[in-house]
Ligand binder design. Structure first.
Ligand code: NSP
Length: 223
């Protein structure tokens, strides 16, 4: 999946960290159905908490945006996270006897805190581009994983999870985040972003967030 012009450049700059994230043993365990249910549920509870803080980071992006179009795009992502994606977590957990109140009260794992607070800090200490570079691996990486697992999964054990991220709605959200990143880059650092003095730091933001995604899967795998 390309999701625009900037994402493939950032993905390449992330080097081996990208496949370590998108082909992590946790992901491959969902693909062949071998992932233990306890690991999946532990991850899903943590991911509910993650989505709350990640929504705060996208809400911060609304305040860091320069144009109404950028504001609308970021606000749409907040809505999609809090009202659509999170339904997967609420529904699957409810079927396992975990209420939304319990999800809301769950203790946050250190790997979870590290990731979301890193992204929020990228937004507080930097500008819109710093924040987008830290937000991108999450949205677009899951789009890439969902699309691949929809093609390659050999069991339907984790079909709800795969179906959410392979869905037309999620893939369209990825396409619009990719377009947002491209236009934000063009507006702020021009049509040859790799020549900008800001480029290495933006790649580093993306790379660090990708490493934190790997840490999140590790946390899920070892409850
Ligand atoms: C940790 C993590 N990364 C990405 C996504 C996809 N929004 C997620 N739900 N959780």
């Amino acid at each position: 999946m390309t999701y625009g012009a900037t994402f493939p450049l950032w993905r390449k700059a992330a080097g081996d960290h990208w496949p370590a994230y998108t082909r992590h043993p946790f992901v491959e365990g969902m693909k062949d159905g071998s992932l233990p249910r306890t690991s999946f549920l532990h991850y899903l509870v943590q991911d509910y908490v993650f989505l709350r803080h990640f929504s705060r980071a996208w809400a911060l992006a609304v305040t860091k945006a320069d144009t109404l179009e950028e504001m609308r795009s970021c606000a749409a992502t907040v809505h999609a996270l809090l009202n659509e994606e999170i339904q997967l977590h609420v529904k699957v957990c409810a079927s396992e006897g975990i209420s939304e109140e319990a999800l809301f009260a769950a203790e946050e794992a250190p790997a979870n805190i590290a990731y979301t607070r890193y992204v929020l800090d990228a937004g507080h200490s930097g500008d819109f581009l710093d924040l987008l570079a830290a937000l991108a691996p999450c949205v677009l990486g899951y789009g890439e994983i969902g699309a691949r697992l929809a093609r390659e999964a050999s069991r339907d054990t984790y079909k709800d999870w795969i179906g959410t991220y392979a869905s037309a709605d999620y893939q369209e959200a990825c396409a619009s985040v990719g377009a947002l990143i491209d236009s934000a880059i063009q507006r702020r650092i021009g049509s040859q972003p790799e020549a900008s003095p800001r480029w290495p730091a933006l790649c580093e933001r993306f790379r660090t967030a990708t490493r934190l995604e790997v840490g999140f899967w590790d946390m899920g795998l070892h409850p």
